[in-house]
Ligand binder design. Sequence first.
Ligand code: DGJ
Length: 497
Amino acid sequence: MKEAGNTRQLYVDGKPFLILGGELGNSSASSEAWMEQLWPRLVALNMNTVLAPVYWELLEAEEGQFDFSLVDMLVRGARRHGLKLVFLWFGVWKNSMSCYAPLWVKTNTERFPRMKDSQGKSLEILSCFSEDVLAADIRAFRALLSHIRSIDSTEHTVIMIQVENEIGMIPCARDMSETANRLYNGPVPDLLLEALGREPSSASWEACFGADDHTAELFMAWHYARFVDRLASAGKEEYPLPMYVNAALNRDGLAPGEYPSAGPLPHLFPVWKAGAPAIDFLSPDIYFPDYKRRVLAYRREGNPVFVPENQLGPFNGDHAFFTVGACDAIGYSPFSVESQENPGESFLARAYAVLRGLSPIILAHQGAGKTAGILLENLAERDECTLGSWKLFFRQDRDWLPPSEPVPVGQERAGCLVIALEDDTFLLAGKGILVTFACSDSAGGIAGIAEIDEMFPDGGLLTRGRRLNGDQNHQGRHVHLTSDGFSVQRVRLYRYS
Ligand code: DGJ
């Protein structure tokens, strides 16, 4: 990963790379025959990267004996289909639980202790306080990274690793084991106090932060982060791929323990950043409808945005355009992408085709304040942005539809991205949006449209299509990205008084 202005970009083969991804359903990568049916679907979606799990239970079914056949199968398959891979390490934790731990781990609770609830009952969650749990996870993770290096350090098919999956504590806010209780009643580590802007202190967690579940969550987040940091550091010693962690976002109004708490959530950013410096960035899995708010919560403190999971739906293309434009994102990926109906005809495939063609241009403008992303999550929503000396106003092209009239599937949301190519010239790409213009206050004057050209992007080059004027721009009033698919237009503006 490398700095680019106010963000960081993912580099693959010496060049910045934009992930147009899709994550497989949890069990798909466990069978070669199953995957054989899926590859053509993934190709039809115009994806460039597949997010695929690697299962600890199958990688190390017998302690110390590693079976890399599924990893090799995925690498072979991805190469054959011109795709890159992000591996998801389903190790100690998967959605809070430890269901992917091998049976020799699950059955030996003496050696591999579980977290305990308030009654002292063991949960199906391996302890983040156990050196033996960490050592077992590290050994398998090291073996995986070392194997990837041995087969892929030239071709670079595997470009990134997700460490565990949706770490979180549920159904209680913290582990109540003896070890956890002892640490909870001991001092808060100086490193964390410093990260939170507090003075060093020997007081207990509750004395520092209060006696409630938020303190319990902070405590768990710190210990999860420290565990993950040692795991990721060990993996990077074998093969230094970029590594990230993903969060199951919390529903508003619930208390820690009612939601999977202590994961890399927005309110725990400082804890995870200080506790796990070996992790390159924190990522949101977004299954809530307020996509825009959820993703923007991860565009902070230099954290590059990557959405490894978004609910599969007709809106994925709009979300992808917004994420890339508004967040200078590394990439985007809907979950269970192989379930997309009519993959080749889908909005997602059409969005990815356009984004693929635009990628080099997008990447060249990232981190410089020259891009914007717009997502209109309902017909009435409007938005605006300022780029250089121009203001741009956005509304859905269907905002006149009477509420009684059903909106066609895929046209409920509208998304686009904007790139300022020159001071008076913008590239607008997306669907279902009308864009109007004004001069920003300091510049003065009235904004006029000098020309609009339809553009076809391919490998970062733009071929000019039709000159769009007359009915296509409402006689010079706006740019219209129509709602039937994703398109690209270049507009040049001028000023008059
Ligand atoms: C989020 C998880 O990270 C995925 O592995 C999967 O379980 C989905 N939820 C299911 O909706």
